[in-house]
Design a protein around this ligand. Structure first.
Ligand SMILES: NC(=O)c1ccc[n+]([C@@H]2O[C@H](COP(=O)([O-])OP(=O)(O)OC[C@H]3O[C@@H](n4cnc5c(N)ncnc54)[C@H](OP(=O)(O)O)[C@@H]3O)[C@@H](O)[C@H]2O)c1
Length: 266
């Protein structure tokens, strides 16, 4: 799985922005971005339609991640949600299909459907999103080690996942996919620690936030932008090398949790 992807939350919500968003995704593919993250929730299918338009004729260039609502997590619900996503994206398979957050459907049912979709070739792999340790442990034992990822809220200012969840995933070889890696362009990007490291490397604060995540073990980042120049800026963060001094400064300003904390969610 590529370590860098493009997020698409907030795309597909306004028809007058459809072409501009599809162009941005196409530009991302031209730059070499290979992973696109979406969900049936984004624009209630609108983001998947934008992706369908953007990837027409180049399906093999893309590692597609999509997600189903927890209220669609029953056996038939997952099968039908997947068909709808495939239709909207105008493609035959999803590379990685995730349950968007935990719900009330017994996981055995959901995973049975995911196996079936995998056997039919409609999904290559499956995983979860926003699952805390207890919820991960409720997944059928044989599937716990087969998860393609746990996609979680993770950035310098929100390190809750480092309390137990990251280690559980790492021990099983499961990548952590960090969503809102820029903290949705919050004050993180103007914080003195981040800007100091950015100045030292002559890069932008957004690039520092992404580079810090990419220095964490088995971590994938999926920043969202609809602007090609920002997508290129974000992608360039993959090659930034932070030194021990940089990492220590960022760690001091944004310490890891030292006691039990709930996994954050956006
Ligand atoms: N599984 C889940 O529950 C979940 C939850 C949230 C998000 N996600 C996924 O993760 C993706 C990323 O998270 P996110 O969209 O919440 O937040 P994000 O990627 O942290 O931040 C996106 C915001 O930052 C701006 N931005 C992007 N690049 C920038 C840069 N270089 N400098 C300054 N601002 C920049 C974007 O604006 P412009 O577009 O105008 O550039 C947008 O407003 C989502 O799109 C979605 O695919 C998953």
């Amino acid at each position: 799985m590529p370590v860098f992807g493009l997020g698409t939350w907030r795309m597909g919500e306004h028809s007058d922005q459809f072409q501009q968003e599809a162009d941005a995704i196409r530009a991302a593919l031209d730059m070499g971005v290979r992973l696109i993250d979406t969900a049936e929730m984004y624009g209630e299918g609108g983001a998947e339609e934008v992706i369908g338009e953007a990837i027409r004729g180049r399906r093999d260039d893309v590692f597609l991640v999509s997600k189903f609502y927890p209220h669609n997590a029953s056996r038939n619900g997952v099968m039908e949600a997947c068909e709808r996503s495939l239709r909207r994206m105008d493609c035959d398979y999803i590379d990685l299909y995730l349950q968007h957050w935990p719900g009330s459907v017994p996981p055995e049912q959901t995973f049975e459907a995911l196996h079936e979709l995998q056997q039919q070739g409609k999904i290559r792999d499956f995983g979860v999103s926003n699952f805390n340790l207890t919820e991960l442990q409720q997944i059928p034992a044989a599937d716990q080690t087969r998860l393609g990822c746990n996609q979680v809220f993770y950035n310098l200012a929100h390190r809750e996942v480092e309390w137990e969840v990251s280690a559980w995933c790492r021990d099983r070889g499961i990548p952590v996919m960090a969503y809102s890696p820029l903290d949705q362009a919050s004050s993180l990007l103007s914080s003195s620690a981040v800007t100091a490291v950015a100045e030292r490397h002559s890069v932008t604060p957004a690039q520092v936030a992404l580079a810090w995540l990419l220095h964490q073990p088995d971590t994938v980042v999926i920043p969202k932008s609809s602007r090609p120049e920002r997508i290129q800026e974000n992608l360039d963060a993959v090659s930034i090398e932070l030194g021990e001094e940089d990492m220590a400064e960022l760690d001091d300003a944004f310490p890891a949790p030292d006691r039990a904390v709930r996994l954050g969610m956006r």
